[in-house]
Ligand binder design. Structure first.
Ligand code: ZN
Length: 300
């Protein structure tokens, strides 16, 4: 099969099987992760860590509805620092990492050493804006810093939903992204133990998800590979795209929050300011007049 998946748009599918007792999300995120790699200039191991988190984010966004939003923070204690992914129910995803230039030799399994980059001593934090007065907060400890197992634990302890999370990224020698994607399987009450042990065995022996994407599997085909004998009930299909909501207006508001004194000193010393959006690396140039307007705005 000729591999053309890098030219194809990213998307996600939701499905059910076992009479609705098993919920499945699967996504291909190659373009998204490639764009984030370019914007943040991440090196290979950092790209894999970031990309796996972006895939989890895309799928957790798809668990929301309407205008709900979710932010994932992985603070594993490793050299990459903090990974943030911000997403919503419309498949719009953005994110950043503290230290993009993290790269290690392949681990003993010949894989990108994500666990070493992310670390194993910290926590995952999830904040959901569900349109209520207070946002929802959840957290859990890291398992091995490989992201998939860390979020598997998160779903179990924080959302009381037994889940299997598989995410993977393949990076080209030139640092671009060759393949990225993942799936999340969630077991709802009523699934019997035989099914669970069969599923565990299947997941232990199945092809890694980054290989599936690399070999041209669609998200639907990933699900069929995991559940070859089950009748799948297909639900939504959602495009997954990189999207940042920053604007000059929002950047000015952020700057205004520094206070009049701080902006006056930038004005006196520099006469201008360059502000970089940390989610998309877009640079905003503010000149003397912009800074004076911000001060006027604060005084009002
Ligand atoms: Zn931005």
């Amino acid at each position: 099969m000729e591999n053309q998946q890098s030219n194809q748009e990213d998307y996600l599918v939701k499905a059910l099987c076992l009479d609705g007792k098993v919920r499945i999300y699967a996504t291909r995120t190659t373009k998204l992760v490639d764009e984030c790699q370019r914007r943040h200039d991440t090196w290979a191991t950092a790209t894999a860590a970031f990309g796996r988190t972006l895939s989890v984010g895309a799928m957790m966004g798809a668990m929301l509805k309407g205008n709900e939003k979710v932010t994932l923070q992985v603070r594993g204690g490793g050299p990459i620092g903090k990974i943030i992914v911000d997403t919503n129910s419309k498949g719009e995803v953005r994110g950043n990492v503290d230290n993009p230039h993290v790269d290690f030799p392949l681990n003993a399994k010949g894989k990108l050493d994500v666990g070493r980059a992310v670390g194993t001593t910290g926590d995952i934090y999830v904040t959901k804006d569900l349109g209520l007065k207070e946002p929802y907060h959840g957290s859990s400890h890291m398992v091995n810093g490989e992201i998939g197992e860390d979020f598997t634990l998160y779903f179990a302890v924080s959302e009381q939903t037994p889940s299997a999370v598989a995410v993977g990224v393949m990076v080209n020698p030139d640092h671009t992204v060759k393949a990225s994607g993942g799936y999340i399987i969630q077991l709802l009450p009523g699934v019997d133990n035989d099914f669970i042990s069969q599923l565990e065995e299947r997941l232990a022996n199945i092809m890694p998800v980054s290989n599936m994407v690399d070999q041209g599997y669609t998200p639907e085909q990933m699900i069929e590979a995991v559940f070859p004998n089950e009748k799948i009930q297909w639900l939504d299909r959602l495009p997954i795209v990189f999207s940042c909501h920053c604007s000059e207006e929002k950047i000015k508001d952020t700057l205004a929050s520094l206070g009049e004194e701080q902006i006056q000193s930038i004005l006196d010393e520099e006469g201008q300011a360059e502000v970089v959006c940390h989610f998309c690396n877009e640079k905003y140039q503010l000149d003397r007049q912009d800074l004076e307007e911000i001060i006027e705005e604060i005084k009002r």
